[in-house]
Design a protein around this ligand. Structure first.
Ligand SMILES: [Zn+2]
Length: 420
């Protein structure tokens, strides 16, 4: 039997980066978890169906975080006087080594998943750690909560620390086990996750590329985040023509759907490769500022038609809030504008990146167009804004100064997860 759900409210979403589409107290009709249409009055055939009435409240798509490290939740705000390589060595690797302890992992991952949901992040692409058992705990917790995610057991068999490194064999076998166990889950799926090229031997990269191909699993990693990191990659892989070419050589650069976080200093040849292979770049502005990595030229990539989404990159980033990540992406682009004259990002462009742009990685997600899976947030904004502002202006206000307290309901895959 078809299940029909009707929601009434002030609807806002982006079909394209150029503009926000709005409906004043429109009726959003959902059939079998997918959007059937938005109507100004209820069509006759649906008049007997009860309505979830959110009159004068905003209904917007759920947020998509394309790059976040769950184990780094407790590192937020710490060690940010360091740059990437020292930050990893001094803080991050020690912290991540604790995830062999299941009690500790459970405590942190429970908080992580709750905070993700509170912030209205309905879909995310997550790095766990190298530890197979606690990574599975994260899968289970996300499933229980009803969130959509790709979760990666991190692979690292080189240049880690004595307390955070695995053998090549172990890394491959544990990754395969997780792929086999979770690939058929409808909402929380595995993703192949080499931490970054310097943490992987050629043998491991090769095996991961083969696993991605055999099981048709997507890939996520880091690319061109910090100048010292790029020099190191060139030294470690002199045979490669660019940082991106290292991944490409091993089938980890768009051969299956691929996310690459940061991409700040991409060379022209690398950009062409990335375009050809349809790799998605994840812009993580908070992290780029916090550990002084650089200013990512999001406008340039967007104008070239490169796929681009947003990531909180906690704990390089200090907030799981994707609305604040949108703000930071806009602010970063304005600083770049003062230096290069490139046009800054608009609100609709940045909002698009955090909803439909990032949502593409999950299929038809992140918009309210017909056929899209319904992931939505109900936002109760301030009374005066409802009275005096347009829906688009209210969306801007919520993005800049709203927070999780304004999000009263979260729907994922057509289900209200607050009821769980
Ligand atoms: Zn990262």
């Amino acid at each position: 039997m078809d299940t029909i759900k009707i929601l009434k409210g002030d609807i806002a979403f982006t079909k394209s980066p150029d503009e926000v589409t709005t409906y004043k107290n429109g009726y959003l009709v959902i059939k079998d978890k997918k959007i059937l249409g938005i109507y100004e009055t209820i069509p006759e055939s649906f008049q007997k169906i009860s309505i979830d009435d959110y009159t004068d409240q905003l209904i917007i798509p759920g947020f998509v975080d394309l790059h976040v490290h769950a184990p780094q939740l407790d590192q937020v705000g710490l060690g940010l006087d360091k740059e990437l390589m020292d930050w990893l060595d001094v803080y991050t690797f020690k912290l991540e080594s604790r995830f062999q302890d299941m009690d500790y992992a459970k405590e942190v991952y429970n908080r992580f998943v709750d905070q993700l949901a509170n912030n209205g992040t309905t879909r995310s692409c997550i790095f766990a750690t190298i530890h197979k058992e606690s990574t599975q705990l994260l899968f289970e917790r996300l499933k229980e909560k009803g969130l959509g995610a790709y979760v990666g057991k991190v692979n690292m068999d080189a240049n880690g620390a004595k307390y955070l490194q695995e053998s090549t064999k172990e890394s491959i076998e544990d990754t395969r086990e997780i792929i086999l166990k979770y690939s058929n889950d409808p909402l929380v799926k595995p993703i192949i996750t080499p931490r970054f090229a310097p943490n992987c031997t050629r043998a491991l990269l090769k095996a991961l590329g083969q696993l991605a191909n055999q099981h048709n699993v997507p890939v996520q990693s880091h690319l061109s985040e910090n100048k010292k990191e790029i020099q190191w990659v060139k030294k470690l892989f002199p045979e490669a023509t660019s940082y991106g070419d290292v991944y490409n050589h091993y089938g980890l650069f768009g051969q299956t759907p691929t996310l690459m976080a940061h991409g700040i200093y991409l060379e022209e040849e690398e950009l062409k490769l990335l375009e050809k292979q349809d790799v998605t770049i994840v812009h993580c502005p908070d992290s780029n500022m916090n550990i002084a990595s650089g200013m990512m030229p999001a406008r340039r990539y967007l104008d070239r038609g490169i796929k681009i989404g947003l990531g909180s990159d906690v704990g390089g980033g200090h907030l799981l809030s994707m609305s604040q990540t949108i703000v930071r992406a806009i602010q970063n682009s304005k600083m770049l504008q003062t230096l290069t004259g490139e046009k800054a990002l608009t609100m609709s462009e940045a909002f698009y990146m955090a909803t439909k742009g990032g949502g593409k990685f999950f299929g038809k997600v992140g918009s309210f167009e017909t056929g899209y899976t319904f992931d939505g947030l109900i936002i109760d904004d301030e009374k005066w804004t409802k009275e005096r502002l347009t829906i688009e202006e209210r969306l801007n206000r919520f993005i800049y100064v709203g927070d999780d307290r304004n999000i009263i309901i979260r729907y994922i895959n057509g289900v209200d997860i607050n009821l769980k």
